[in-house]
Design a protein around this ligand. Structure first.
Ligand SMILES: Cc1cc2nc3c(=O)[nH]c(=O)nc-3n(C[C@H](O)[C@H](O)[C@H](O)COP(=O)(O)O)c2cc1C
Length: 206
């Protein structure tokens, strides 16, 4: 699957087959997450791999929107080690980039996943911190149940050209290529006009 196809076809998966996720696949998901961009390359992310059915079930019970944990053979907790970060305000954004990388890597390998939101909901974060014994300076960010999909959600239409503006808010963007072609034609006309003026100035006009 090429990258663009992966971006457009990833969907949230909340029902999974019971087969476990192979260790090599798990490793590659976390590797993909670790290659995300982060502020000043501070790499705040840490990962807790959860495969114990009792823990998966406990989280499903405690979190109001985590029913996907019930059938998932694996969940990855993306969290941030926040001590001494050079750009502490950015750890959430950094972890979001890592989470998206992880989910796309899962999809590219035929695995399904869904983003279960924790940060910035303090109550949900506290529940996870308690259940998984996180130290004080480690903040839970998101939970990602992962497994082989047992559902195939529809592909939505999400491209909205009217959400794209050109240069200023009130100017619609038509299509990049057309803009570039119009610019090239304008520049060519200006170049010809300038050359004509030069020839007139030097008496070479025909
Ligand atoms: C920050 C964030 C929090 C989310 N929290 C939950 C959640 O708690 N439970 C859940 O089932 N899905 C959750 N989702 C998944 C969204 O519902 C899903 O991404 C959205 O409906 C779009 O569908 P898609 O992922 O198939 O494109 C969350 C997604 C994001 C980005």
């Amino acid at each position: 699957m090429d990258g663009m196809n992966a971006l457009l076809t990833r969907r949230s998966i909340r029902i999974f087959r019971p087969e476990p996720v192979e260790p090599e696949a798990i490793r590659s998901l976390v590797e993909a997450a670790m290659y995300a961009p982060s502020a000043g390359n501070q790499e705040p992310w840490r990962f807790v791999l959860i495969q114990d059915p009792a823990t998966l079930q406990a989280i499903a019970t405690d979190h109001p929107y985590a029913s996907a944990m019930e059938s998932a053979p694996l969940a990855v907790l993306v969290c941030a080690a926040t001590r001494d970060l050079p750009h502490p305000d950015f750890w959430g954004v950094d972890c979001a980039a890592a989470t998206q990388n992880l989910m796309l890597a899962a999809h590219m390998q035929g695995l399904g996943s869904v983003w279960i939101g924790l940060y910035p909901k303090r109550e949900r974060m506290a529940t996870l911190s308690r259940l998984l014994h996180l130290p004080e300076d480690v903040e839970p960010f998101a939970l990602i149940p992962v497994g082989y999909p047992l559902e195939r959600p529809e592909q939505p239409e999400r491209y909205h050209p009217e959400w794209i503006r050109s240069e200023r808010w009130f100017d619609a963007w038509t299509f990049g290529r057309q803009d570039l072609r119009a610019k090239a034609e304008r520049e060519e006309a200006e170049r010809k006009a300038a050359a004509t003026v030069k020839r007139v100035d030097s008496g070479l006009h025909d």
